[in-house]
Ligand binder design. Structure first.
Ligand SMILES: [Cu+2]
Length: 436
């Protein structure tokens, strides 16, 4: 069995000079905060694994204490800006929803202190992780609830690797609805071969935040109006920046009230693992959409072999829309010239379906009135105009040249002759199908 030190040495390979090794050991044993701003080469050589990137989120630091990795989670109310123009009063951990990602290695002994700064009791369950029953965090069943102001200690040895989660097992209907959840990622002890170049973690969630309000409504069972990646909605979701031919893994987790088919453009995934374990190679098949059920995680992998700006989104079409797209009067096909403005004088924020669809609203996206703290249904801008999306949508940016993964490479610069173009009227007859 490799020790951590040996793994670092082997990872550093031929460049492991004394000073470098000392630095790497110090980083591994002290308060280790993963930085994603390091240059590409260094990014990949410091650890026996590629650190996970939680878009719009962070990784929980730990302290090494007598061979035990000690983490501290604080359950507390947090305010989260879902996108410019909308702030939400959530609950989460350490000032964030989802809470910071816990990252460790199979074989590690971990100690996690959980402090409750909420006004009601909570508990914390380590979803999918094999551990002693009394560490499982089900309030009332395996431990007393954690009362406000109390701190509980969890300690166990990690016996598996994969993508897992943490979330309360107390007043779940409320505590999950308002954002209490996070990733618990365990890397294999033996470095992966082939190595993963980019490793992302995205938590899916559904929220009911009535237009004009700030607090998610936990009483809603089906009729959600905000759909998020890591508690952000398009266009505020970080882009996933990768280099051409990178081996990319995206870990997707779902503690919402709905399943989500997550789709990628221009590539195909292999589903390599669930929260139940790794899927043997022979059992993997290609997909462009991975269905992530409720209470589950899915790891997908692909080689990013096609440069460009590729959409990555939930394929339920209402889940790529924000609040103002749902539950509106259907006037598709109805001439409503001027009517909407008259109604709006009586009902502020009134909006109906457009005569020819919703796109006509998107054209006026910047000045479409809505209640305060409510996002229009679609709001992003792209290099060719408005992107008529919201909610669970972001862009995988694949580039041949990158100085750093943190750098926003801007929009894709398409090689000449590779962009769809508008045909001039007089050119129509050049084509068989129009020659009539
Ligand atoms: Cu969805």
């Amino acid at each position: 069995m490799l020790t951590r030190r040996q793994m670092i040495i082997s990872a550093l390979g031929s460049i492991a000079g004394g000073a470098l090794l000392k630095k790497a050991n110090a980083a591994a044993t002290k308060n280790e905060v993963h930085s994603h701003s390091m240059p590409l080469a260094q990014h990949q050589s410091r650890r026996p694994y590629t650190p996970v990137v939680t878009p719009n989120g962070s990784t929980l630091p730990y302290e090494m204490k007598n061979g035990v990795k000690e983490f501290h989670l604080i359950a507390e109310p947090v305010e989260r800006e879902f996108a410019p123009g909308m702030k939400v009063k959530c609950w989460g951990y350490n000032g964030q929803t989802p809470g910071p990602t816990i990252e460790a290695v199979e074989g590690d002994r971990v100690r996690i202190l959980v402090t409750n700064k909420l006004a009601e009791h909570t508990s914390i369950h380590w979803h999918g992780i094999f551990l002693p029953n009394g560490m499982d965090g089900v309030g009332g069943l395996t431990q007393p609830h954690i009362k406000p102001g109390e701190t509980y200690v969890y300690e166990f040895t990690l016996r598996q690797h994969g993508t897992f989660m943490y979330h309360p097992h107390a007043d779940e209907m409320v505590q999950l609805a308002v954002g209490m959840m996070g990733f618990f990622i365990i890397h294999p002890q033996k470095p992966e071969n082939p190595r993963i170049d980019r490793d992302f973690a995205i938590m899916l969630h559904t929220w009911a935040i009535h237009p004009g309000t700030y607090r998610p409504d936990p009483a809603v069972m089906l009729d959600f109006n905000i759909f998020s990646f890591n508690s952000k909605v398009f266009p505020a979701v970080d882009h996933l920046v990768v280099k051409t031919n990178d081996r990319v893994r995206i870990r997707i987790a779902n503690l919402s009230m709905d399943e989500h088919p997550i789709h990628i453009h221009g590539h195909a995934y292999r589903i390599t693992a669930t929260d139940g374990g790794q899927i043997p190679k022979a059992g993997q098949w290609p997909e462009t959409t991975v269905l992530v059920p409720v209470g589950a995680t899915r790891d997908v992998e692909f080689i990013a072999d096609a440069p460009g700006d590729w959409a990555f989104h939930c394929h339920k079409s209402h889940h790529t829309m924000n609040a103002m797209g749902h539950d509106i009067p259907n006037t598709l096909g109805v001439n409503q010239k001027g009517l909407e403005n008259k109604i709006r004088k009586m009902i502020p924020g009134y909006m109906a379906m457009g005569e020819s669809g919703m796109a006509e609203h998107a054209e006026h996206v910047d000045h479409m009135p809505g209640p305060k703290n409510t996002l229009p249904m679609m709001m992003g801008k792209g290099p060719f105009g408005n992107i008529e999306m919201g909610g669970m949508f972001t862009v995988v940016k694949v580039r041949d040249y990158l100085k750093s993964y943190d750098e926003d490479p801007g929009w894709y610069d398409h090689p000449k002759g590779t962009v769809a173009y508008r045909l001039k009227r007089q050119e129509l007859k050049k084509y068989q199908s129009f020659s009539g």
